[in-house]
Write a protein that binds this ligand. Structure first.
Ligand code: GRF
Length: 217
């Protein structure tokens, strides 16, 4: 069966991209990465993609006067590569409703909290400031409001005594690297059904060791 063609949008180091690269390197995985687009020319993730022969494009937002031209270029690159599903993986530009609606239900994001809690930036700092005992990560369909949209996969991650934003971020990132490939797999297998603004999983639920993330040690 044809594999789902995925486009990944990045701005930085690309560790979630790396998790997707590793998942897609298994020929039995139902998706492949057709294109990686970075808005930052020095995004570390570009090298990860190039080193395994994945096509990359730099579309620098600074080269455009308006968001519309920037997003139209990304859209054209994705369509040119026959992308069917777009994954935002640490992409640090807020997309306009034009782009979001153009890719409606074919555009997903990963956010390092248990949405709808802790939308936005500096997530781990804010989680620690509240004294919350659990946080996590969420893969969700993108809607025009930032960090909003039907949830595909979530993992709960414990907050440990003495955590700093860095230690907590590292633990959550470990969960992210399991959740993103799982979410793409479920979508590629046609097991995610959108009903109004809920995404239901058809068939076996996601594995417990992914959705309740056990920190190593
Ligand atoms: C991740 O924490 C992701 O949840 C957030 O941005 C970060 C990207 O990290 N949206 P990386 O570039 O994938 O390593």
């Amino acid at each position: 069966m044809a594999r789902l063609r995925v486009g990944v949008l990045i701005s930085g180091r690309g560790s979630n991209l790396q998790a997707l690269i590793e998942a897609t390197s298994d020929p039995a995985y139902p998706a492949e990465i057709a294109l990686v687009v970075a808005n930052q020319p020095d995004a570390g993730g570009l090298q990860r993609a190039r080193s395994v022969g994945i096509r990359t494009e730099i579309i620098n937002h600074r080269a455009f006067n308006a968001k519309q031209g920037f997003e139209a270029s990304i859209d054209a690159a994705l369509r040119g590569a026959k992308v069917e599903l777009v994954c935002l993986a640490g992409f640090m530009r807020i997309l306009t409703p034009w782009f979001v609606e153009r890719w409606r239900d074919r555009l997903i994001n990963i956010h390092p909290s248990l949405l709808p809690a802790f939308k936005g930036l500096d997530t781990h700092e804010r989680v620690l400031a509240t004294g919350a005992r659990f946080t996590g990560c969420t893969v969700h369909f993108v809607r025009p409001d930032v960090d909003d949209g039907p949830i595909v996969v979530q993992a709960a991650v414990p907050v440990m005594p003495g955590d700093t934003p860095d230690t907590l971020s590292a633990r959550v990132l470990g969960a992210e690297h399991h959740c993103y490939p799982l979410a793409v797999r479920l979508i590629a297998e046609g097991r995610v059904r959108l009903r109004e603004e809920r995404a239901d999983i058809v068939g076996a639920p996601p594995p417990a060791d992914v959705v309740m993330f056990n920190p190593p040690g």
